[in-house]
Design a protein. Structure first.
Length: 265
């Protein structure tokens, strides 16, 4: 399959696709100055789709993906700066959840949005494990508590679970979403974290609540029984996790943060 093909009846030879290619893999053809792939492009191209997405004339096809197969950008849906600022500032870490599962189709939509998170060389290494079963969550919480006991850490969390049956590991969230990747991935820790952040904000946009599952993650990194229970594919590692569910309470205001610290040069 040809790397890029150009509809010469639509192309205006404005050079936009050439300017936007991250690795300068598009040049002018010798027969009229139309875009053409450089010889090295077949090995270096990361399929980011910039050339396809940026062309205002819909003239370029990348590896068989044409403008017609792409999602259109509806600029009317873009939030105003004030709305975007409030959306980002109003996101909270939720630790009290309704006893109500999130429909699988909603979870799938959130995960689908996360596919557009940036990743090193557009490798898109992030894979997902979604725990929906209450029994499975209880099992995982128990394994985390075992690890805490072994390491004499967070005694209050241990005591709440062992003596009261109260979950301070996942805080009663009906779902746990785990991001993992192949050990051989280029930058899996960073890429999974960015994908989780996309998921985090997408959930906020749906009126859902999330919280980064730090205690769970500590056990997932260090406790073999928990690693075995997650049963990930061979040669894959956990790189992040989020609790997720419907918030029990609604927040009415946005607290202050530390003053901005920045060096300008």
């Amino acid at each position: 399959m040809e790397l890029i093909s150009v509809d010469r009846t639509k192309c205006k030879r404005d050079g936009i696709c050439m300017a936007e290619c991250p690795f300068s893999l598009i040049a002018e053809s010798e027969d009229g100055g139309f875009p053409t792939a450089r010889r090295a492009a077949a090995k270096i191209c990361i399929d980011c789709g910039h050339c396809l997405a940026v062309c205002p004339h819909g003239a370029l096809t990348l590896k068989g993906q044409s403008p017609a197969t792409c999602l259109p950008v509806n600029r009317k849906l873009g939030p105003a700066p004030e709305a975007a600022a409030q959306f980002l500032r109003s996101r909270r870490s939720i630790r009290t959840y309704k006893d109500k599962p999130v429909p699988r189709e909603v979870l799938a939509e959130l995960l689908d949005i996360s596919r557009w998170a940036p990743s090193a060389k557009n490798a898109q290494p992030t894979k997902w494990l979604v725990i929906e079963s209450a029994a499975e969550l209880q099992k995982l919480i128990g394994l985390v508590v075992d690890w805490l006991q072994e390491n004499q850490a967070f005694p209050g969390v241990v005591r709440a679970w062992v003596q009261e049956g109260r979950d301070l590991v996942l805080h009663g969230a009906p779902h746990l979403v785990v991001a993992y990747a192949d050990k051989k991935a280029l930058k899996p820790e960073i890429d999974c974290t960015i994908a989780l952040t996309y998921l985090d904000l997408a959930a906020h946009g749906q009126g859902l609540g999330t919280c980064w599952a730090g205690i769970f993650l500590g056990a997932a990194f260090n406790h073999p029984p928990l690693m075995a229970a997650l049963d990930l594919p061979e040669n894959h590692l956990v790189h992040g996790a989020l609790m997720l569910g419907y918030p029990k309470f609604r927040y009415a205001r946005i607290p202050q943060r530390k003053p901005l610290q920045v060096i300008w040069r």
